[in-house]
Design a protein around this ligand. Sequence first.
Ligand code: SAH
Length: 369
Amino acid sequence: MSTIKKVNLLGLTRSKMEQFFADMGEKPFRAKQVMQWIHQYGVSDFDQMTNISKVLRTKLADIAEIRVPEVTYHDISSDGTRKWVMQMEGGSSIETVLIPDGNRGTLCVSSQIGCALDCSFCSTGKQGFNRNLSAAEIIGQVWVAVKSFEDIDPEKERPVTNVVMMGMGEPLLNFDNVIDAMDLMMDDFAYSISKRRLTLSTAGVVPAIKKLTGLTDASIAISLHAPNDELRNELVPINQKYPISELLEAVQDYLGSLSDKRKATIEYTLIEGVNDQLELAHQLVELLKDLPCKINLIPFNPFPQSDYKKPSGNAVHRFQDVLVAGGYVTTIRSTRGDDIDAACGQLVGKVTDRTRRSEKYIPLKQHSG
Ligand code: SAH
């Protein structure tokens, strides 16, 4: 028995898959065939790949595998939102959420187990950080979501039309794996998600935003949450390293590098009495005036270890009115799936914290099932 670790084909981009087959002395078109089996037909067993010879299938099974995430919990909310808890190697788990909305299905994908950034209003941050997810573990979340709709006709219905990298973790601190996984999401031999419908969300890792240029052309969202450095330093501590002006400049440059006209999404979680004052909405109007962007307001979703409060519906609308009057397309994110703890900032998984940060907090309620 060989003890060599098998290559997990699930996470290989087209070019890496082609290289893999070239190394085996096989033709590059094998890559496309195998990718379609894995990502489009949901196959994780080489023996089901009927357009590949028995000999090659045996050879593949010797050196490679298709290892998909293990789903330990799955729930469907009364509004149709689905949530999966997936256990990763090492025992920690992550969460993935699918939000259906008419013809659209938006999958919220995690990039890390926990998060190192510790934004003051985010429950993932309170869990501490364990490790980066591999490209296979990231794309595996899409695989699981699509596979759960096996009974529908893919020609007629697509359960996942949009992907947002807004689950657990900071995607730009897991750069290479996130880029590979996004590459697969957009690949026509995998999930064919359009670049406009794939959004990378970041708290503002400026050097990594600069590095994106030329590597991807996905859409970008910035978790801003405050219109000035003083307040943002408190809410999003990474701002102390990369202040707002540098962040917006990097975003501007990224948008400029794209071949089409695209807007960034500015995310703003509204917390009562902390960042929901109308004066801040006016500051935001001024701050963003040179950036092609739309604004998404997210009413704060409470979680057990936080004292922050959700603003009233009226307060949210008043804040929105100022931004709309300032000329910005401004949407309010509706809270979906909160009966199954699937809303923004409620994704906690089960993280074995390496930072010991979580010890300072009272434990969260555990998932059953
Ligand atoms: N680290 C990346 C990806 C995580 S996205 C980023 O910061 O963009 C998670 C989104 O959920 C962020 O925009 C954040 O604003 C939002 N969020 C986090 N905690 C929240 C909470 N308790 N209530 C509402 N939104 C929250």
